[in-house]
Write a protein that binds this ligand. Structure first.
Ligand code: GUN
Length: 291
């Protein structure tokens, strides 16, 4: 029997667990605040940001919503970030990536006060993560750790293949998995678009984390029996339905399910966890700012 790991249920538990911290802050007269900044017309980015705002409202986090026309000069984005850094009601700042080409994403990420960087993308926070002293764990890999724990998957001593080397998922995922800490102590191989023989690597894995952004890249024949499969991919592919598209992961679910002992679906796997861990980081930022 293959376990289908239910990200919605685990995310719900995480949100429930945050209520105590939010209540305690409330008693101290503090409402955690998250500012989201969207500078894109991309429908997927618009959907993600509006879901993040809705999540905030549901758990008692104040959502401050900023939308900039994609043509806005980069300086205006930087000065908005400066204002948010100075705003005491804002504990967390998230600039939705990607930003338009005329904006240098590194400059934006460096501009965010590291204490408000709930994505964990500021170089100071990346450095702290690599040094084993994370302030904010990046939301998606942190969510994957929580999912593995909830499914009783032991990472210690496991051979994990991470497919993808992005700054947002692949690199921090690999870092978390090698930490001398719970949810770590794994032996990690990071594969990417220049990996010579991806299937040879994934077949050796006890756990595969697919985060390459390539629809259905990982298929059942690339996996060993009883592997645990975590699918981070969310890809829109054309479909003959009302929306004109459907969401598929980086894993071909049906063939992978035949091999896996446990697997996350898309949607309903990693996605809800990313959003829950953003709330977690925002509450942490508020508690640290006000504590
Ligand atoms: N774009 C895709 N994923 C993310 C994320 O986790 N944070 C931000 N800021 N942008 C993203």
């Amino acid at each position: 029997m293959t376990t289908i790991i239910d990200g919605n249920a685990v995310a719900e538990e995480i949100r429930d667990g945050l209520s105590d911290a939010i209540d305690a802050l409330d008693e101290a007269g503090v409402k955690p605040g998250l500012a989201t900044v969207l500078m894109s017309d991309d429908p997927a980015s618009e959907t993600y940001v509006s879901m993040k705002q809705r999540d905030c409202e549901e758990v008692g986090i104040e959502a401050f919503d900023y939308e900039l026309d994609p043509e806005t000069p980069a300086d205006e984005l930087y000065s908005l970030v400066d204002d948010l850094n100075d705003d005491d009601e804002v504990h967390g700042i998230l600039v939705q990536m990607p930003v338009p080409d005329h904006v240098d994403d590194r400059t934006v990420l460096r501009r965010i006060d590291p204490a408000k960087d709930v994505d964990g993308f500021h170089p100071e926070n990346v450095g702290r993560l690599v040094a084993g002293d994370a302030r904010f764990k990046p939301c998606t890999p942190h969510g994957v750790q929580k999912l593995l724990a909830a499914a009783d998957v032991e990472t210690e001593g496991a051979d994990v293949v991470v497919v993808g080397r992005s700054d947002i998922v692949g690199k921090p995922m690999a870092n978390l998995l090698i930490q001398k800490a719970e949810g770590g102590n794994a032996t990690v191989t990071v594969c990417h678009s220049r990996t010579d023989d991806l299937a040879a690597k994934t077949r050796e894995a006890d756990i595969v984390v697919a985060a390459a952004g390539v629809p259905e890249l990982v298929t059942g024949d690339m996996l060993s029996e009883d592997v645990v499969v975590i699918d981070v991919g969310v890809n829109r592919v054309d479909a003959d339905n009302e929306k004109g598209y459907e969401l598929v992961g980086d894993v071909e679910f049906e063939s992978a399910k035949e091999k896996a002992s446990a697997i996350t679906p898309v949607p309903g796997g990693v996605g809800p966890m990313t959003r829950a861990m953003l709330l977690w980081n925002t509450v942490k930022a508020a508690a640290e700012a006000e504590g």
